[in-house]
Design a protein around this ligand. Structure first.
Ligand code: AMP
Ligand code: MN
Ligand code: MN
Ligand code: MN
Length: 284
C-alpha cells in the first residue's frame, strides 16, 4: 500500500467532505502525502494545509484542470502549485465563469426534460465552493427522486448524448499545462483510460503532453483496472513520463476507492514523487 494519495476532491468542487475533514480522513487511513485537487478551484488549499500541519499530513496544493483536446475532454492535475500564482488564479476564474454559463445551458435542457428549477437546485448544492459541475445536477436529480443514484443521473440525463448534456469548450492542453508550470507545479495526465482513446491516439496525446512540459501519467487510480494500470505503466515508460497514483476520492460512498487505499505502482514505473524530494521530506 502507498502512503501517498495525489488526487482527491473536497466540497470546494464536487466532493462531499470539507477540506479539513478530507485531511483528517486521510490521516486516519495512514496517508502521509496528500494532494487536494479540486476541479478548476484552489479555494480549499489553505484550509487543507492548515489541517495538514495540525495532523502531520503533508498536504500538496493541487488542482484538476478541465481541458479540451481535439474535441475530447481531458483532466490534467497540477501538483505542488503555488495557489497564489497569477496566471493559474486568473485562468481558473475564467474556467469557473464558463462552468456557470454551461450550468445555465444544462438547466435549460433539464427544464425541457421536465425538471423544475434545476439551476437554483444545482447552485444550492454547489454552495460549498466556487465551481458548479455536473455532479451537483446529478445530486439534485437524486434528491428529487428522478434517479436512484448519481451514476444513473449521468446515464439518463448528464452523460454525452443525453437530454441534459451540453458540449463545452475548456482551455487547451497547452494553456492548462502552461498555467501549472508557471505556478511551479508538476502536470499529470489524470485517469487516461477514461477518455476512450485508441492506443495510437493515446500515444500521440502522451507525446504532445510531454513536449508541452507534462511530467507524469496517473497509472494507479480508482478508474483503472489492474490491466489498465499495467498498460499505462508501459506507455508512460515508453514515452518518458513518470507515473502517479491517486484515489480520485470524492466522498464516502461516492468513489471507487477510499482516500489512501492505493496499491503500489507496477514494477518498472518511475514514481513522480522520486523527482520531488520536497513532497516527502517536508512532511511533519
Ligand atoms: P464536470 O467537470 O462538471 O463535467 O463533471 C465531471 C465529474 O462528474 C467527474 O469529475 C466525476 O466526479 C463525475 N462523473 C463523471 N462521469 C460520471 C459517472 N458516469 N457517474 C458518476 N459521476 C460521474
Ligand atoms: Mn469530480
Ligand atoms: Mn477527473
Ligand atoms: Mn478527480
Amino acid at each position: 500500500m502507498l502512503a501517498v494519495d495525489l488526487h482527491t476532491h473536497s466540497t470546494r468542487s464536487d466532493g462531499t467532505l470539507a477540506p479539513a475533514d478530507l485531511v483528517l480522513r486521510a490521516q486516519q487511513r495512514g496517508v502521509q502525502v496528500l494532494a487536494l485537487t479540486d476541479h478548476d478551484d484552489l479555494s480549499g488549499i489553505a484550509e487543507a494545509r492548515e489541517a495538514g500541519i495540525e495532523l502531520g499530513v503533508h498536504v500538496l496544493p493541487g488542482v484538476e484542470v478541465s481541458v479540451t483536446w481535439h474535441g475530447a475532454t481531458l483532466h490534467v492535475l497540477g501538483l505542488g502549485i503555488d495557489p497564489q500564482a497569477h496566471g493559474i488564479v486568473a485562468g481558473l476564474a475564467g474556467v469557473r465563469a464558463g462552468r456557470l454559463e454551461r450550468a445555465r445551458a444544462i438547466a435549460a435542457r433539464l427544464e425541457d426534460a421536465g425538471v423544475v428549477a434545476p439551476l437554483e437546485g444545482a447552485l444550492r448544492l454547489a454552495a460549498g465552493g466556487g465551481m458548479v459541475g455536473r455532479v451537483h445536477f446529478a445530486r439534485l436529480l437524486v434528491e428529487r427522486g428522478l434517479v436512484r443514484d448519481t451514476s444513473a443521473a449521468f446515464r439518463r440525463y448528464l452523460g454525452e448524448g443525453k437530454s441534459g448534456h451540453v458540449r463545452h469548450r475548456w482551455p487547451g492542453l497547452d494553456v492548462a499545462v502552461g498555467w501549472i508550470r508557471d505556478a511551479g507545479g508538476v502536470a499529470v495526465l489524470a485517469h487516461p483510460a477514461r477518455y476512450g482513446l485508441r492506443t495510437a491516439r493515446m500515444r500521440a496525446l502522451l507525446e504532445e503532453f510531454r513536449a508541452l512540459g507534462g511530467e507524469a501519467v496517473e497509472v494507479v487510480t480508482g478508474n483503472h483496472t489492474t490491466d489498465e494500470q499495467g498498460m499505462y505503466a508501459r506507455l508512460a515508460g515508453a514515452v518518458g513520463l513518470c507515473a502517479s497514483a491517486g484515489s480520485d476520492f470524492h466522498g464516502p460512498g461516492e468513489s471507487w476507492w477510499d482516500v489512501g487505499q492505493l496499491p503500489d505502482l507496477p514494477a518498472g514505473c518511475e514514481p513522480v514523487w522520486h523527482g520531488q524530494p520536497g513532497w516527502v521530506s517536508a512532511r511533519a
